[in-house]
Write a protein that binds this ligand. Sequence first.
Ligand code: TYD
Length: 137
Amino acid sequence: MKFNTVFDCSLLELDKHQHETGNISIVENGNEVPFDINRVYYLYDIPGGEDRGAHAHKDLRQLVIAASGSFDIILDDGKVKRSVTLNRPYIGLLIVPGIWRELINFSSGAICMVLASHKYDEADYIRDYDEFKNLKK
Ligand code: TYD
């Protein structure tokens, strides 16, 4: 986690199966994502102007998808910041451990779906930015 940079985070394009009745994209363990998925959670009903995130993880890997609507993710490795807009349900952002992230600019009705490598563990969070900066030195 110490040496991961924002450039280790990458966009992943999922297959989109198009049908007249609508589209479907699929994520399976061992195929699309470079980790086993042990948890799925999603953010929704986000009030206008609210931001989420503002933390880093020690070990957790995540694939973040705008299942509906759009939002921006600010990635920060302690040295470099990078902004990524997610606005397609078939594009995911892979976030490696050791990256501070903030989720901002949620559109009305946005759904942020996260596929995660581990179950929820508060001990895996770094919620203090100064602590994060120290760990990345
Ligand atoms: P948090 O990850 O801080 O939210 P975000 O990054 O979206 O702003 O989680 C918010 C709250 O939800 C926090 O109190 C912990 C709880 N939570 C769980 O209980 N299980 C989970 O899997 C997640 C992601 C959060």
